[in-house]
Design a protein around this ligand. Structure first.
Ligand SMILES: [Ca+2]
Ligand SMILES: [Ca+2]
Ligand SMILES: [Ca+2]
Length: 224
């Protein structure tokens, strides 16, 4: 018989042990990876929300403008314009696909990374007197407020802000239909579960709470 190496019986036993360990550990590892991605994304929504709160404290404006000066508005602000997920979960709230497609948009970096909240796009036309945030005085832009230009969630998809409902945004300024504004990730399924409809408010049933496996942080709300 063999004097070196393994006998067939030994091989079978070793392979069986490996197979059992793999079966025990694989779901645990997969769960931990998913949990860490969720945790990372929760933390990032909080970081972005804090950056937007700083912008508001410094300038007096929420990030929703698009005309020259703070007069025009946008419906969605995109943390990465190139990776916005589209589509809705089954059983999603009313208008959920709007998170991926609706209305006028502007990149988040035009508010938090560049001082460029007016109609210009990208890094061009920053710091324009009378058009972008003031750079002097008590109320002024003190950014950048984020350390990179674009931000994706843990699944490589853009966060989206439903800026349409920021208090004061002329795109939808109706205090009889109060909404929450979120920094929102579509979550592990890359598909929107949260309502995005003028008719679904803080007071309706169902209301505008975060839905499905979406992950988000409320950053502002309309007073009712
Ligand atoms: Ca500008
Ligand atoms: Ca301009
Ligand atoms: Ca989702």
């Amino acid at each position: 018989m063999n004097k070196k190496g393994f006998t067939l019986i030994e091989m079978v036993v070793v392979l069986a042990v490996v197979a059992i360990l793999a079966a025990i550990l694989t779901p645990t590892v997969a769960r931990n990876i998913k949990a860490s991605k969720v945790t990372r994304t929760i933390n990032e929504t909080q970081v972005i929300a804090a950056a937007i709160a700083s912008l508001y404290k410094d300038t007096g404006f929420w990030p929703y403008t698009r005309a020259n000066g703070p007069s025009g508005g946008v419906d969605r602000v995109l943390a990465n314009p190139n990776t916005v997920p589209t589509g809705a979960e089954s059983g999603a709230g009313a208008g959920a696909p709007h998170w991926g497609t609706y209305g006028r948009t502007k990149p988040l970096y035009d508010y938090l990374y560049y001082n460029n909240p007016d109609d210009d796009t990208g890094p061009n036309g920053q710091n324009q007197t009378g058009q972008d945030y003031s750079t002097t005085g008590e109320y002024r832009w003190r950014g950048p407020y984020i350390d990179k230009r674009t931000i994706d969630d843990a699944w490589g998809r853009s966060y989206v802000i439903n800026a349409r409902y920021f208090p004061g945004n002329p795109r939808f300024n109706d205090k009889t239909r109060p909404h929450r504004v979120y920094v929102l990730s579509a979550g592990p399924d890359h598909s929107w579960g949260t309502a995005f409809s003028d008719a679904v408010t803080r007071n309706t049933t169902p209301d505008d709470s975060i839905g499905g496996d979406d992950i988000g942080k409320a950053i502002a709300q309309t007073d009712s």
